[in-house]
Design a protein around this ligand. Structure first.
Ligand SMILES: [Zn+2]
Length: 224
């Protein structure tokens, strides 16, 4: 197979190939690398590139970054809410059956929403961590949200439980499952039948939550 691609020269020292959301292939190359050499490297990675392209096709195409204009919708606790850009001046994000931000903040919308989501993620997750740790009779050290990109949650050897702040986009039953899952690891580190047995006692519809995560995994790669 042959690969169509676009070359971007830069001051970088190594060649980098990426498959973009729109499935185009971009090659970022050092300035002095010849076209022949680039062609050779790209074609030698043909299988890898093809796999990437097919992988992206599994996902919805409308994954482009938010522009933060009126009428867009943002996902929060499993539901889409409309965004309104209003003339009135105020700080941050307001939420009341829809999202609103001040027009004067439109340019910083990305940061404002991230701040808001991070705060909400902790607000929702912390009580769940308390509840499930009490149920399970385990003690965790710290419960935090973090900027992980390819995982929903993890627990560390020091018994800290970490959650990807983007899980706040998921329905509450998914949050419950993720928290119970990580805390169950404090009893059973591996995904053994015993592990799943414990999880199922804590969260009856955990299969539904797992299914949601499987279908929406791509949400990990975008912020909102
Ligand atoms: Zn696990």
């Amino acid at each position: 197979m042959t690969v169509d691609y676009k070359i971007q020269y830069s001051n970088r020292k190594t060649l980098n190939i990426s498959v973009e959301r729109d499935r185009s292939v971009v090659v970022r190359a050092p300035k002095n690398l010849s076209l022949d050499k680039i062609e050779e490297i790209v074609q030698s990675k043909g299988n890898w590139i093809n796999e990437k392209i097919n992988h992206i096709q599994k996902y919805p195409i409308d994954l482009k970054a938010k522009e933060f204009v009126s009428g867009e919708s943002l996902l929060y606790l499993g539901r889409h809410y409309q965004l309104l850009i209003v003339d009135k001046d105020f700080n941050g994000v307001r939420f009341n059956q829809n999202f609103s931000i001040s027009k004067s903040n439109q340019e910083n919308a990305n940061e404002l929403f991230k701040e808001w989501y991070l705060k909400k993620a902790l607000e929702k997750i912390k009580p769940l961590a308390k509840k499930y740790s009490a149920n399970l009779g385990v003690n965790y050290n710290k419960c935090k949200t973090s900027e992980m990109k390819y995982r929903w949650a993890s627990c560390t050897p020091k018994n800290n439980i970490l959650f990807n702040w983007r899980i706040i986009k998921a329905p509450v039953y998914v949050l419950e499952y993720l928290v119970a899952h990580e805390l169950t690891h404090l009893i059973e580190p591996n995904h053994t039948p015993e592990f799943w047995n414990i999880v199922s006692i804590q969260v009856a519809n955990y299969e539904k939550a797992k299914k949601w995560l499987k279908e929406k995994g791509y949400l990990l790669e975008i912020d909102f």
